[in-house]
Design a binder for this molecule. Structure first.
Ligand code: UGA
Length: 433
């Protein structure tokens, strides 16, 4: 099928490449000419395991091409995915300016039937607004089109794998034709389809991300109680997780969720619910707990390290989670800024995120490896659970550090006997503080 994806950011690009991989002819559109030029050369602007080789393969076979204008991009397509950004406005609403612009452009440039599919995370009712915008801007009022919602559930760092093996594909449609086209697009994946109306599909996305954020905040709250009672949150999560109704996933206590999705989506869902007449107090608390988790971590550091002024703090991991170079809403940002405000000097290492970190943090010492970061430091913070940190030689680390104190924000080293090597080890709610 001829498919066009508008917006070649993280979601658009992964979707485009993967749709080409399952047999479609795909055009990815972006209005950033520089980006299009670089994509055409097979350069992926983000770190996403497995994406670049696939992209290069389909550029070569011409199943994947790039265009800088919607007009050129949509001519032959029957299905058009909108995958542009929906950043947060100051009041927590999603800013839908780009979605509206794209809907208008599609209407002005289409000359046969199109199925327009929202892929960006948007508040319920956006589908209706997209439909209205297209209708109002159509040059030829007799042209037929459908609007559908097809939310994505990809995780950064495992997006290609997630696309190829979806738990479900959600299709929000108002016509049989739209449903059939979407089923056809995903048919090679043989997925479990959930077919519903547009508003319900949009809500499934909000509810899923908010539920996962709730799970994380729930276990983070439990981690605080574990601290108070000398219990072990890892065992609590294990014991809960074997219950099939609960499941072990997303019960990892830590320094809180970050990234471009959960913080923004929880905000947007609170605002959306409020507007619909429901005060979603539970989600407000989820957000609160997430903020507190970083503050509690900082309090622990201050408690153990005492005066922070002129102390040297080594940081391993800056990205909001492992396997990505994404720094958006990374917990490391708030933690580092708070330590710097107290006068601490930061030496940091991250395997992939440094180029993005540099855009925000100027007064950091960026190190070439974990050992350089800990040299002459008064403590070490583990903030991102990169596999690269598994094989580190802690005897060497102990010798390099001025004070052998580790604050493990991800309980990454919970099963290592670091005390034996002379370390003071502090995890999150695991009774080792
Ligand atoms: C999330 C969802 O998992 C995807 O299904 C969704 O498609 C995506 O948002 C989106 O809306 O685009 P992502 O933000 O890439 O994906 O990352 P997650 O793996 O969900 O992690 C989010 C944050 O929660 C990270 O900061 C991670 O460290 C944290 N987390 C996750 C925990 O603190 N504990 C856990 O147990 C799991």
């Amino acid at each position: 099928m001829n498919i066009t994806i508008i917006g070649s950011g993280y979601v658009g690009l992964v979707t485009g490449v993967c749709l080409a991989h399952i047999g479609h002819d795909v055009i990815c559109v972006d209005n950033d000419l520089q980006k299009i030029k670089s994509l055409r050369q097979g350069k992926v602007p983000i770190y996403e395991p497995g994406l670049e080789p696939l992209m290069k393969k389909y550029i070569k076979s011409k199943k994947l091409t790039f265009r800088a204008s919607i007009k050129d991009g949509i001519k032959d397509a029957i299905a058009i995915f909108i995958a542009v950004g929906t950043p947060s406005k100051k009041n927590g609403d999603a800013d839908l300016t780009y979605v509206e612009n794209v809907a208008r452009e599609i209407a002005l440039n289409m000359d046969d039937y199109k199925l327009v599919i929202e892929k960006s995370t948007v508040p319920a009712d956006t589908g209706k607004k997209v439909e209205r915008t297209i209708k109002m801007n159509l040059k030829n009022k007799n042209l037929k089109f459908d609007v559908a919602s097809n939310p994505e559930f990809l995780r950064e760092g495992s997006a290609v794998e997630d696309f190829m093996n979806p738990d479900r594909v959600v299709i929000g449609v108002e016509s049989k034709k739209a449903e059939e086209l979407l089923r056809e697009i995903y048919k090679p994946l043989k997925p479990k389809f959930v077919v519903t109306n547009i508003n319900s599909a949009e809500l499934i996305k909000h509810a899923s991300n908010s539920f996962l954020a709730t799970k994380i905040s729930f276990i983070n709250a439990i981690s605080q109680i574990c601290n108070n009672l000398g219990a072990d949150v890892l065992k609590v999560a294990e014991g809960m997780g074997y219950d099939k109704r609960i499941g072990r996933a997303f019960l990892n206590a830590g320094i809180g969720y970050g990234g471009s999705c959960f913080p923004k989506d929880v905000d947007a869902f609170i605002t959306l619910s409020n507007r619909s007449g429901y005060d979603f107090k539970l989600l407000k608390e989820v957000r609160e707990i997430n903020e507190h988790q970083k503050k509690n971590f900082l309090r622990l550091i201050e408690d153990k390290l005492w005066i922070l002024k002129d102390k040297t703090v080594a940081v391993w991991g800056l990205a909001f989670k492992s396997n990505t170079d994404d720094m958006r809403n990374a917990p490391s940002i708030d933690i580092i800024q708070a330590l710097q405000a107290e006068g601490a000097k930061i030496k940091a290492f991250d395997p992939q995120a440094v180029h993005n970190a540099k855009k925000g943090f100027k007064d950091l010492t960026y190190c070439k490896d974990p050992y350089e970061a800990v040299k002459d430091s008064d403590c070490l913070l583990l903030l991102t659970e990169w596999d690269d940190f598994k094989g580190v030689d802690f005897e060497k680390v102990a010798k390099l550090m001025r004070q052998q104190i580790i604050f493990d924000g991800r309980n990454f080293y919970h099963d290592r006997d670091l005390q034996r090597l002379g370390f003071e080890y502090h995890g999150i709610g695991i009774g080792k503080t």
